[in-house]
Ligand binder design. Structure first.
Ligand SMILES: NC(=O)c1ccc[n+]([C@@H]2O[C@H](COP(=O)([O-])OP(=O)(O)OC[C@H]3O[C@@H](n4cnc5c(N)ncnc54)[C@H](OP(=O)(O)O)[C@@H]3O)[C@@H](O)[C@H]2O)c1
Length: 285
């Protein structure tokens, strides 16, 4: 397949490009090459390329910034997804669009499956949910893939790193590190998402998917696993979200179950701790 990857120099996009390039022709598109909130630009750029598949990893996803500038967040996460879905439909190609665990409110503390009702608590999450609906309803050949707590070799461009780099830096610079213990998620490396996405997009099993590692932990437990594996000596302690008051609401629990992937026999996601240890070994030791 000829595959156009949008956000190709981002954390997830770069991992998708590496995983896909051995099996497919990959056309890497950065923000300099395409503006997804501009429908005409999207059709021009993609119309010239004529891809068989568009993979969209681009988003406006710094949660507090989205809260301050909801218009921009909707332009990129909502209308950007609509522009891409309409272009995919017009060009007769497939589209894979990435979304987030944040579409859920976390009130039910049981892993969410794809048919569970979303209830986004903040602007970022609401605009990402709009993007999901636009993708699924404006392109019949679409995959929407919800991911969570991602980290990869290439830093997140919008946030300037990942949780592991943040912990390493904090351990080096601070006398003590405190991490919240009452927000639960599933940390997931980009390489696992990219590999499983590759298997999925080669099928015609369109629709909504959850794609995270197996199991879950709090941010504190995630940090503890990093500290232990990397033998960081700085004292680490648990604290509560209420210790860092924020005007932005976030779900306290956003664990996803890869139910649809399992049903079609395509769940290839490893346990989160195993994946973390492999990532640290490969990148730090
Ligand atoms: N990070 C997480 O933990 C997490 C969790 C759940 C879901 N997600 C989702 O995962 C996806 C990828 O995240 P990531 O960490 O890979 O982000 P990232 O490193 O910030 O990469 C995003 C890429 O999209 C590009 N981009 C941004 N706005 C664009 C626009 N309007 N038009 C075209 N390109 C644009 C960025 O380019 P510039 O930087 O040059 O603008 C960058 O290349 C997003 O959909 C996000 O919502 C992430």
């Amino acid at each position: 397949m000829k595959i156009a990857v949008i956000g190709a120099n981002g954390q997830l996009g770069s991992g998708i490009c590496s995983a896909f390039s051995g099996r497919h022709e990959v056309l890497e598109l950065t923000h300099d090459d395409i503006e997804i909130s501009d429908g005409k630009n999207v059709l021009n750029v993609l119309g010239r390329m004529r891809p068989d598949l568009i993979v969209n990893t681009a988003a406006d996803h710094v949660v507090p910034e989205c809260e301050k500038n909801a218009g921009k967040a909707f332009q990129v996460n909502g209308l950007g997804a609509l522009n891409l879905a309409q272009a995919a439909s017009e060009l007769g190609c497939k589209i894979a669009h990435f979304s987030t665990d944040y579409v859920f409110d976390g009130v039910t503390k049981q892993p969410y499956i794809e048919s569970d009702k979303p209830n986004p608590l903040n602007v970022y999450a609401a605009t990402k949910l709009a993007g999901e609906y636009f993708t699924l309803n404006y392109c019949a050949r679409s995959f929407v893939i919800r991911v969570s707590g991602i980290y990869g070799k290439v830093p997140c461009r919008a946030k300037g790193g990942n949780f592991i780099t943040t912990m390493v830096k904090a351990a080096a610079e601070r006398p003590e590190v405190k991490v919240v213990n009452d927000e639960v998620l599933t940390p997931t490396p980009v390489s696992a998402i990219a590999g499983n996405t590759l298997s999925l997009v080669e099928t015609e099993e369109f629709g909504l998917y959850h794609m995270t590692c197996e199991g879950c932990c709090s941010w504190y437990e995630f940090a503890l696993a990093i500290f232990e594996t990397m033998k960081l000596k700085t004292p680490l302690s648990a604290c509560s979200v209420s210790d860092f008051p924020s005007p932005v609401k976030r779900p306290f629990y956003s664990v996803l179950e890869n139910d649809r992937l399992k049903r079609i026999g395509l769940n290839q996601m490893p346990p989160w701790r195993e994946a973390l240890m492999a990532f640290i070994e490969e990148n730090y030791q």
